[in-house]
Design a protein around this ligand. Sequence first.
Ligand SMILES: NC(=O)c1ccc[n+]([C@@H]2O[C@H](COP(=O)([O-])OP(=O)(O)OC[C@H]3O[C@@H](n4cnc5c(N)ncnc54)[C@H](OP(=O)(O)O)[C@@H]3O)[C@@H](O)[C@H]2O)c1
Length: 196
Amino acid sequence: MSLATSKGLKPVLNLLSLAAHDLTFFFVPKLTHLIVACSANRVIGRAGSLPWSIPEDTQFFKRKTLGHTVILGRDSWQDWPDAGHGRDVVLLTSRPALPHKSESAEAAGQFRCAGSLSEAIEVAQSYQGDIYLCGGQRVYEEGLPLATGSLFLTLIYAHVDGDRYFPDWRGQFSREISRKESCHEAWRYAFLELGR
Ligand SMILES: NC(=O)c1ccc[n+]([C@@H]2O[C@H](COP(=O)([O-])OP(=O)(O)OC[C@H]3O[C@@H](n4cnc5c(N)ncnc54)[C@H](OP(=O)(O)O)[C@@H]3O)[C@@H](O)[C@H]2O)c1
């Protein structure tokens, strides 16, 4: 390489090395997914529990979120005491005095309370894996427009009575990535992964 060329290259190389250095400080936010099981009329809960018992869906939900961080409302957390086993948990509540760990804290991952969804997502950035928004109703309503990843939707082909609902997702998550049909006893359902 001639002296002239190497001299010409030097400022370019300096710039490239500066850019590479800066890139190490570049912050890439984690993917935020939604995961939910809902009926054809968008019911997700009744009287504080799930209105159905579908073991395959429970297993899917647990497997999907294992090794990741789950964000959930206080009532959903109380309904799922093992949430922290193999997962980090950010619990949404306006009550800062809530106990910070479940009884079996030894097996639990990291755990924190947050007073808003945006704060919860910020906290989750330093926790393990991707972020999964796991309900209930308000978390899904606020999370639907914010989610940057997929919507993992178990769609149950039935009209079900309930008192908690998933918002209408069809306008925002209309791209079908995968679909697997299944059934359990009288329940017919599909595991869908949807993207924006
Ligand atoms: N089908 C499914 O996939 C699915 C998933 C999850 C839950 N569920 C069902 O949904 C029901 C529970 O959900 P839910 O909607 O009643 O209650 P929830 O969202 O689990 O809990 C509600 C509480 O969480 C806190 N919270 C929620 N959003 C918040 C926010 N943005 N900022 C601050 N605090 C927030 C508040 O706690 P404080 O009162 O302490 O402030 C609120 O009272 C149950 O029936 C459950 O089985 C179903």
